[in-house]
Design a protein around this ligand. Structure first.
Ligand code: NAD
Length: 253
């Protein structure tokens, strides 16, 4: 059958989200990207022919508006990729409370709200797909990442719950858990960690970030997009509630 599906990718103007949006578009889906309203974000979306939906997904109203805008622009919503996120590295004893709230809002509450508001549209085809971009930090912890680890662990619980609820309407809900991917988010972390630990960026990658990994090489955004491509394919109809590790062997030990 010809591809007629429409997708919404959050955080889709940078890093993993942009790679996912491009790969879905290459498969023939119509793709909207929801992201913070910055000129660079709009420029990236315009350049790639992606429908840009300005949204601060820490806000409930913006989550509602993002679903409405996708349906207005594309006419349906068949695939939702919850990808927007950010990191903050600081010990619990000084972790800023507002940053905690914002991280939980963007990385756990927004996926809930987007599914809630998009549920009927996602159910319509009988083969809807939700893909939640979690993290290896949904499975294991690292110090100084309390909000990130908590939000991502929570996202696994949300994924499994939604999978059970979506099964009756053919809506699959899965999570992908990558280890470190070469993106602006990780470039920022490398700089942060180099500063807090007094190491060179190269040492941070090899000795700190990839210390628990068996394969000592950063993933690329396209590696995650390739797995998303399978999960949203018709062939993956039987995979739901799955937590898919793409973790360089991190959790094999
Ligand atoms: P990135 O910084 O390149 O992209 C994240 C995008 O999310 C940005 O476009 C940003 O503007 C957007 N975003 C942030 N807050 C938002 C908000 N309030 N409203 C709307 N959009 C918002 O980061 P990335 O590395 O591509 O990360 C994408 C996802 O993958 C995140 O959920 C991240 O936790 C996860 N992840 C990343 C890695 C990695 O190593 N890079 C590993 C595992 C998981």
């Amino acid at each position: 059958a010809p591809e007629t599906r429409a997708a919404l990718v959050t955080g889709g103007t940078s890093g993993i989200g942009l790679a996912v949006a491009r790969s879905l578009q290459q498969q023939g889906l119509r793709v909207a990207v929801a992201d913070l309203d910055r000129p660079e974000a709009r420029a990236v979306a315009d350049h790639d022919g992606l429908t840009f939906i300005p949204a601060d997904l820490s806000r409930r109203d913006d989550c509602r508006a993002a679903v409405d805008a996708t349906l207005d622009a594309l006419g349906s919503l068949d695939v939702l990729v919850n990808n927007a996120g950010f990191q903050h590295i600081e010990p619990i004893r000084s972790f800023p409370e507002d940053t905690w709230d914002r991280m939980l809002a963007v990385m756990l509450t927004a996926p809930f709200l987007l599914m809630r508001y998009g549920w009927d549209a996602l159910s319509r085809s009988g083969a809807g797909r939700v893909v939640n971009i979690a993290s290896i930090h949904a499975q294991v912890a690292s110090p100084y990442k309390s909000a990130y680890v908590s939000a991502k662990h929570g996202l696994i619980g949300l994924t499994r719950t939604a999978a059970l609820e979506g099964a009756a309407v053919g809506l699959t809900v899965n999570a992908i858990c990558p280890a470190y991917v070469r993106t602006p988010l990780v470039d920022g972390q490398i700089q942060d960690q180099a500063r807090t630990r007094g190491l060179s960026p190269q040492q941070v990658v090899e000795q700190v970030m990839l210390e628990p990994a068996a394969i000592k090489r950063l993933l690329e955004p396209q590696d995650v997009a390739a797995l998303v491509q399978y999960v949203v394919s018709p062939a993956a109809w039987g995979m739901t509630g799955a937590v898919l590790d793409l973790d360089l062997g991190w959790t094999a030990r």
